[in-house]
Design a protein around this ligand. Structure first.
Ligand code: ADP
Ligand code: MG
Ligand code: ZN
Length: 626
């Protein structure tokens, strides 16, 4: 993550925003800069050399000779050297000559000095200046240099030694394009709810006179990339109020207590600027349930920060016009205390966009692009079920880049197709093409999925099959395109889904007599569907319409992070048996289907191996010809 002083809300590089240049560490950085240091060092050096008195350096033997000759006026005996003046005059200056010599261990010296009537004293050598330079200035200089260097590497975070606890939240800078509700689409419900917040911020007193009651905290929840951060910025843009933006992870510092100090500071600043918005992005970074397992010692710090946040939220009066907006994609892990009345008591769900939403979002992100007349955004939207706003922005961007690379005047449908593939599976890896053996196998594997998808009753039509390796882990893929968006799945459909997932592995087994590791992900997904059918959807006749296990599933990410087992060991065995049965039933079904249609499978695989990518029509052509 790039921590710049200009961090405003969006972390993802937004195409249309010219980010202000990052501050260079060597440039102005308050009163304590490298130049001050260098100048000070030079001054010290000059000062010291001006203090130094010119002395002749003479050997000890010479010193003894002068002594014997009675030519020494006086001397000072130090630990390691003897300095003094001669009775001889310097020709140029007319002053007594000064000398310095290295002192030897000479027990007779004092006697000799007495004999010749030399005035002598002993003194402890003064190392003041060299001490200053060697033990203070140089080490500190080195530390400073090292630290600046590290600071440069880490961005402005390195400078935080100087302003620990100072706030990193920044007021909305106006040179960033103002974001309004027009820039977010497909999230109409969320916008509707946020309009109320905007109304309140525009005119807090008026709002209250009418009896409106404003919640202190509004929590935006939803999957990553759906536009939560965007919406928060839009609220500030619409209301025209300052925007204090800080990310949950910014609070977690290397020093204990800094996070809490930051929270205090943030609220203090905000109160001065009311009406305004405090936006805490990624709230889950500080707001995780307390009392969990200690992770890498960072636990105390987070708890302190969270406690401070709770204190601040309780302590301020929302009628003054400060609204705390917050966003997270893990509302399930938040500490319950955060969701109590008077804190983030209003939750707004920012969900994945539907077809119409995706069309609108694509319109927004292609506003400034030149599209060829044949481009139909509706088709692009149809091709991208499950895509969130950030993905779609990415698709538009990739399409523009691809078109530019091909020196086209406008972005074509083909560019969008390629862009979607890229976003789905990561950039195409032309270099790591499969060896002929592997290519043969992957062709059959993908053809297995494809053929089963075409053969089972509820299978959605295959839109595209590819054996071009992409990114890590995906050697090929079969893409099905639902004819319309589905929100429910029947048992039949789920069974067919499992069959399609198994298709790849079974095809490999039939053709090559053994299986490869390439089906791991397919099997994982098939097992998960089957387990859900038994445990969550009550679709197993034997187990009956019951659910088993209380899943702690994140509503939004669809990821499970734990399961509470609320059934007996025996039931567990039965569940396993049922899951196994569903899988094996389908396995048999797929095996029969593929064996019966072996000529089709061969034809598909041959064509796929040859062309590497088959479109839906091509697949249909082959399957229909039978
Ligand atoms: P989140 O905070 O929910 O993870 P962001 O707000 O950071 O998502 O979205 C990242 C980018 O994706 C935005 O800057 C915007 O360009 C695009 N985007 C996301 N959602 C939308 C949307 N609903 N409408 C338009 N653009 C969107
Ligand atoms: Mg975000
Ligand atoms: Zn597969």
């Amino acid at each position: 993550m790039n921590k710049t002083d200009f961090k405003m809300g969006q972390k993802e590089p937004d195409l249309h925003i010219n980010k202000p240049p990052e501050k260079k560490i060597w440039q102005k950085q308050g009163p304590f800069s490298l130049w001050y240091f260098i100048i000070m060092f030079l001054l010290f050096y000059l000062f010291q050399s001006s203090l130094q008195i010119k002395r002749e350096e003479i050997p000890y033997s010479q010193f003894m000779q002068y002594l014997q000759a009675g030519q020494i006026a006086e001397c000072v005996i130090k630990q390691n050297i003897i300095v003094g003046t001669l009775k001889l005059m310097d020709q140029k200056t007319g002053k007594p000559r000064r000398f310095v010599t290295i002192r030897l261990r000479d027990a007779q010296l004092v006697k000799a000095l007495d004999q010749h009537g030399v005035k002598y004293t002993a003194a402890i050598e003064s190392h003041f200046l060299s001490n200053l330079i060697f033990t203070w200035i140089i080490p500190f200089g080195l530390i400073f240099l090292l630290w600046s260097y590290l600071g440069k590497k880490m961005g402005s975070a390195g400078m935080n030694f100087l302003n620990i606890g100072k706030n990193k939240a920044h007021i909305h800078v106006d040179n960033l394009p103002k974001v309004t509700f027009k820039d977010a689409a497909g999230v109409d419900e969320a916008k509707q709810e946020l309009r109320e917040v905007v109304e309140f911020l525009r005119n807090p007193e008026h709002f209250q006179r009418l009896g409106g009651h404003m919640p202190k905290g509004v929590l935006l929840t939803g999957p990553p990339g759906t536009g939560k951060t965007l919406l928060a910025r839009a609220v500030s843009g619409e209301a025209g109020v300052p925007f204090f933006n800080i990310s949950g992870s910014d609070f977690i510092e290397m020093f204990v207590g800094v996070g809490a100090a930051r929270v205090r500071d943030l609220f203090e600043q905000a109160r001065k600027k009311a009406p305004c918005i405090i936006f805490i992005d990624e709230l889950d970074a500080i707001g995780r349930q307390r009392g969990g397992p200690v992770v890498m010692g960072g636990h105390d710090e987070r708890e302190q920060t969270l406690n401070q946040l709770l204190v601040e939220m309780d302590g301020f009066d929302s009628s003054k016009g400060v609204v705390v907006l917050s966003a997270t994609n893990r509302p399930d892990v938040l500490d319950k205390a955060l969701l109590r009345p008077g804190r983030f008591d209003r939750q707004i769900v920012v969900d994945k966009p539907d077809l119409q939403g995706r069309i609108e979002i694509l319109k927004i992100h292609t506003r400034e692009l030149i599209l060829a007349p044949d481009v139909d955004l509706e088709i692009v939207a149809k091709r991208t079920p499950g895509f969130v706003g950030a993905d779609l922005a990415n698709v538009a961007n990739e399409a523009a880049i691809l078109a530019a690379r091909k020196n086209r005047d406008a972005i074509t449908t083909a560019d969008f197709e390629a862009a979607i593939d890229r976003v789905i599976a990561g950039p195409e890896k032309k270099k790591t093409t499969l060896g002929p053996e592997e290519k043969h196998r992957v062709s059959y594997h993908e053809s297995g999925h494809t053929l089963i998808a075409e053969l089972v009753p509820t299978g959605e039509p295959v839109h595209k099959v590819s054996i071009i390796p992409r990114g890590i882990g995906a050697l090929g893929y079969t893409l099905q395109l639902p004819e319309k968006e589905k929100f429910l799945a029947t048992k039949k459909e789920l069974m067919d889904q499992i069959a399609i997932l198994l298709g790849g592995r079974v095809a490999e087994e039939i053709i090559f007599g053994d299986v490869s590791t390439g089906a791991q992900n397919d099997l994982e997904r098939a097992s998960e569907v089957a387990r859900n059918m038994v445990c969550s959807y009550g679709m197993s006749e034997k187990m009956g319409p019951l659910t088993f296990g209380k899943k702690q599933t994140s509503l939004f990410l669809g990821t499970e992070y734990g399961q509470e087992k609320n059934y007996s060991e025996e039931t567990a065995k039965e569940i396993d048996a049922e899951v196994k049965k569903i899988i094996s039933t389908n396995y048999e079904r797929v095996k029969n289907l593929l064996e019966e249609n072996r000529p089709l499978l061969d034809a598909l695989a041959k064509k796929l191996e040859e062309k590497e990518v088959l479109s839906g029509e091509e697949v249909e052509g082959i399957v229909k010809q039978a």
